[in-house]
Design a protein around this ligand. Structure first.
Ligand SMILES: [Zn+2]
Length: 246
């Protein structure tokens, strides 16, 4: 069956005989892997539409659960992302993260829209890519039902004196619960209320509203350390190639 969908190229993998597998986050079919024989070195429109970060429209041949990519047409190349190393690394991290998070064949238009927005916004940005990446992760976790609990203590539900984050429990702890927790627990981070606030803010505000948000480097580093521990513990997402972007 010939079908088509808009999609975003997450990555390309070389396979045998010079063929390639394209991993796409599509609007219509969720995350898919599609084989293609489009020549990478060709300068035709289809070859260009297979580059990572590209938002395009793809003609697919679907046979049971297998896809073959016949033709691609670029809608937004996001070519500008490649012009800055830090930007490129930050965006690469998001692509790797999304590829791990998205479940093959599960349609999620919200995640698709979020990734498309992220790519448009980071392409225009000139600095502070880290905030954008952390905000993207938090929103993607929320969409996929894996978000940390930030409204109240995960153990007792209290909303005051929230002063630590318990990675294993998946959210914040109040002072009392913190004190009764094993004090040698490696995966509990004592945090300033600023950090909790920042996590909430980044989860709830739309990406395009974060343009003017400035967080100091120490706050950003703490956020990133917490997010990395969280992703590693709950989703086994760690050691990504582009992880050192911050
Ligand atoms: Zn508590």
């Amino acid at each position: 069956m010939i079908t088509e969908s808009e999609g975003i190229v997450l990555k390309q993998v070389k396979t045998v005989g010079g063929r390639r597998m394209i991993v796409l986050l599509t609007k219509r079919f969720g995350k898919i892997s599609a084989g293609t024989s489009i020549d990478e070195k060709g300068k035709n429109r289809s070859a260009l539409a297979l580059r990572p970060f590209t938002y395009g429209k793809y003609e697919l041949y679907k046979n049971a659960d297998n896809f073959h990519l016949n033709v691609g047409e670029t809608i937004a190349s996001h070519y500008g992302i490649g012009g800055d190393v830090d930007k490129y690394m930050a965006a690469s991290y998001v692509m790797e993260f999304t590829e791990k998070l998205a479940v093959e064949g599960m349609v999620c238009t919200e995640l698709f829209r979020l990734l498309s927005d992220f790519l448009d916004i980071i392409e225009r940005r000139t600095k502070k890519f880290g905030i954008l990446v952390i905000a993207y992760i938090l929103k993607a976790l929320k969409i996929s039902g894996h978000a940390p609990i930030l409204e109240a203590c995960v153990r007792c539900g209290k909303r005051e004196a929230l002063n630590s984050i318990d990675i294993k429990e998946g959210g914040i702890l109040c002072g009392e619960c913190r004190n009764s927790a094993n004090s040698n627990e490696r995966l509990i981070y004592d945090v300033e209320f600023d950090i909790v606030n920042a996590l909430r803010y980044l989860t709830d505000q739309p990406l395009h509203k974060l343009e003017r948000l400035a967080l100091d480097d120490a706050t950003l580093e703490s956020l990133w350390r917490i997010m990395k521990a969280y992703l590693s513990y709950h989703l086994e997402i760690s050691g990504l190639k582009s992880e050192e972007f911050l």
